[in-house]
Design a protein around this ligand. Sequence first.
Ligand code: FAD
Length: 403
Amino acid sequence: MSTDCDVLIAGAGPAGAALACALAPLPLRVWLVDAAPPPAPGQPDRRALALGLGSQRILQGLGVWSALAPQAAPIARLEVTEKGWPGVTRMAAADVRAPALGWVVGDLVLQRALLARVAETAVMCRAAAVTALAPRAGALGVTLTGPDGDTAVSTRLLVAADGSDSTVCRLAGLPRRARQIQDSVLLAQLSTDRPHAGTAHERFAASGPMALLPGAGAGDYTLVWTLPHERADDLAALPTQHLTPIAQEAFGWRAGKFLGLSNPRSVRLAESWLVQATGERVLAIGNAANTLHPIAAQGFNLGLRDVAEVAGLLAAAVAGEADPGAASLLAAYQRARQADWRQLRQVTGWLPRLFENPAPPLAGARGLGLAALDLLAPVKRRLMTRAMGLGGAQNRLQRGSWP
Ligand SMILES: Cc1cc2nc3c(=O)[nH]c(=O)nc-3n(C[C@H](O)[C@H](O)[C@H](O)COP(=O)(O)OP(=O)(O)OC[C@H]3O[C@@H](n4cnc5c(N)ncnc54)[C@H](O)[C@@H]3O)c2cc1C
């Protein structure tokens, strides 16, 4: 049957916009729709994203890295420590002969760069929400609700890139599981008196894990502090001159003296994932498929690997003149992605809990573990490679060459 488009991407957040960039060079009619307007110029970022070297290569392949690079702060090394205990694991880009372990960019800086790239292509962008689905022979009927009311369109493949509370997944009947967590994160900009020289910190403190992501200025970081909901809300409401010494006390002096915190805000965390990320002519990517605890800074990195997989499968389908919504393609996507999803869900599930018990025998053992890991170069290199998004087979887009 005739259809309006081959691939309809619901959600123009970073995952959906990245997929639109990836599909643009392929001979496919691609639509990108979003229920909300794009971020306005100058709108402040909601969070800083740490992107691994693997993600940087994908963004390079999509033609957006050159626009992002001037606004991205490199992570040259990472130190993992537990406050009050001597053990430390250090990971450095030089250990894996890489230019950086990753880069830190603002989420809206990233989304704007991706959407600017999409605007240079033939991808059709519309301000509309997906509000209903109706399977048809050889296609999927989709209702788009926008400022001018409802429009019925048909597509051969619908991609759910509509975030954690995905309407598309709900409409498609994809079963979702959730883990109840009591964590929020306190986010703030932090300036210190010591140049970070590209060092990121993951510090397990008694109050909760604290990450410092290096920023553009020599002593500037983004603080990501995992705390119980109420504690995060209370701290975010404090005047910053009171909050700064509390954060210093919790983190210690490993990154120097905290000169000041600004723009503290508390964000409630949720964790959920799809048991099956594909349905009839539907597949899910990014947060719609997996919403993770940000402790390992991996959510969008994982979503970009979804993008790379979908792009690779669709490029092969186009080359073989196959249906982009074929059941075999959807099955191949689920098969290819499920191990990566499962492993990261496990890591982000146990990591926040691992350092919860401050009692000496356990805390001492963890300190020894961090010190031992620092000495075990091959194990450390394997962990680093995975965290940078370079583990497993890499397709063309993951190698930075596309299409
Ligand atoms: C505090 C915090 C820190 C983080 N740090 C990191 C990090 O350091 N590194 C990292 O890799 N990840 C990190 N993440 C995760 C990262 O932010 C997410 O993985 C990423 O933003 C998800 O992008 P997305 O495009 O999948 O979803 P979203 O950004 O949620 O986009 C979904 C889009 O879909 C649209 N939409 C919704 N419903 C519909 C509909 N019915 N029809 C059409 N459109 C619709 C929405 O308007 C939105 O634009 C962090 C997350 C948090 C909370």
